[in-house]
Design a protein around this ligand. Structure first.
Ligand code: NAD
Ligand code: USQ
Length: 394
């Protein structure tokens, strides 16, 4: 298949592009390097160094003999997006290219507006391009489990059958997300579902949980092919952060009670889920939703697991939660459909954690421990809080 990977320079987009290329698909990537720009704004860097995109692609071709096409530009530019989709004429578009940090979207009004503009407008441009170039193109869109929030009922895969006053209908599952970032994904989902209904497009919305890990078969095959590994309080996700904190002998930062439960998955399963979704497309007009995670954990369970297996002293620090989120809640989310397509999950194991500890220890001299402290609060105050954010405002 011919595949276009939007956000192909990112944490997940780059390993996915290589994975799809490795199994024989003809892959091109799109990126505007916004993510490398957020690093500069925040004064942070990925713990594992990453090569420039041109070098990544060049090394991939040298190592495997396979070519990955590159298109540099911004999806919020409708002419650029249309030009790329029309030029490549892909069978499937995998859309990772959004601002993906909840804390980043909550820094202040400017960052909330940027996040929703970037994400919602970019996705709208992709939808229009598909409808105008070829409605048969399968859109595989990265959503998030956080779209659902933490309802007091079981979470289904995208849809819910509701009986109200004696009448029954199949409705999009009600959403109650916890940040302006997560809300941008809800808006995307509704826009995509409408485009499928109105224009007969075909789409898979992957409500992905929190990804952990840094290596796939492809990223590990050459230093230039590595993907990023974030540990700062804005872009670092919880398990990746706790691993780096343990490796640096710093306290593990558990927000609130630590009883927040989330669905999670290994980065090797992310790239495989995308392949599975791409190779079994939905029908024309179908808006299909898969919950893309393999296990659920509370934050405290993750911290205690690390405390138990890390070969050195570990201290857990229960700290005030900078976010507005439910701490003690019911959580039971369906996640069958990718398993039915053939996903064979890598469950969180001591071996995986040992390999992550090794990666963190290898690079720990570059860790800036100030970045472990959360600086963004879920307030509407006009002034940014904290040193990392102050540099952004400047
Ligand atoms: P990332 O920030 O590392 O990658 C996103 C890429 O998209 C970056 O390279 C960025 O430069 C690019 N991009 C952003 N806006 C763009 C635009 N307007 N035009 C062109 N390129 C643009 O993020 P990631 O961790 O790889 O996440 C990828 C996707 O998966 C996101 O949509 C995210 O919401 C979703 N997701 C991620 C996780 C996770 O744990 N990392 C979990 C669930 C869902
Ligand atoms: N948390 C801590 N300590 C930390 C960091 C986080 O206790 O040091 C807690 C948070 O309060 C939250 C949970 O851990 O309850 C998860 O936080 P996170 O930063 O790992 O994840 P989140 O903000 O939800 O965002 C990440 C990705 C996002 C993706 C989402 C999937 O950045 O792109 O959409 O995971 S999900 O959580 O399923 O919505």
């Amino acid at each position: 298949m011919r595949m276009l990977v939007l956000g192909g320079d990112g944490y997940l987009g780059w390993p996915t592009a290589m994975h799809l290329s490795a199994v024989g698909h003809d892959v091109s990537v799109v990126d505007n390097f916004a993510r490398r720009g957020y690093d500069r704004e925040l004064g942070v860097t990925t713990l594992v160094p990453i090569a420039p995109l041109e070098q990544r692609v060049w090394t991939w071709q040298r190592v495997t003999g396979r070519r990955i096409g590159v298109h540099i530009g911004d999806l919020t530019d409708s002419a650029f997006t249309h030009r790329v989709v029309d030029g490549v004429r892909p069978d499937a578009i995998v859309h990772f290219a959004e601002q993906r940090s909840a804390p980043f979207s909550m820094i202040d009004q400017q960052h909330a507006v940027y996040t929703q503009m970037n994400n919602v407008v970019g996705t709208l441009n992709v939808l229009y391009s598909i409808a105008q170039v070829d409605p048969r193109i399968h859109l595989i869109k990265l959503g998030t489990m956080g779209e659902y929030g933490t309802p007091n009922i079981d979470i289904e895969e995208g849809w819910l059958e509701v009986t109200h006053h004696g009448r029954t209908d199949r409705m999009l599952y009600p959403k109650r997300p916890g940040s302006f970032y997560h809300l941008s994904k809800v808006h995307d989902s509704h826009n995509i579902e409408f485009a499928c209904r109105a224009w007969n497009l075909r789409a898979t919305d992957l409500n992905q949980g929190i990804v952990y890990g840094q290596e796939t078969g492809e990223t590990a095959s050459h230093g230039d092919l590595a993907t990023r590994f974030d540990y700062d309080a804005v872009f670092g996700t919880v398990l990746n952060r706790l691993v780096v904190q343990a490796a640096c002998g710093r306290p593990l930062t558990v927000y609130g009670t630590g009883n927040q439960i989330r669905g999670m998955l290994d980065i090797r399963d992310t790239v495989e889920c995308i392949r599975l979704a791409a190779e079994s497309p939905p029908e024309a007009g179908e808006f299909r939703v898969f919950n893309q995670f393999t296990e659920q954990f509370s934050v405290l369970e993750l911290a205690q697991l690390i405390e138990r297996i890390y070969p050195g002293p570990v201290r857990i620090e229960m700290m005030e939660n900078p976010r507005a989120e439910a701490s003690d809640h019911y959580y039971n989310a369906a996640h069958r459909r990718l398993l039915d397509l053939g996903l064979r999950p890598h469950y969180l194991s001591d071996t995986l954690l040992d390999s992550l500890f090794a990666i963190a220890r290898r690079h720990r001299r570059h860790v800036d421990a100030r970045l472990f402290t959360p600086t963004v609060r879920w307030t509407a105050e006009p002034d940014p809080v904290g040193p990392a954010v102050a540099s952004l405002a400047a």
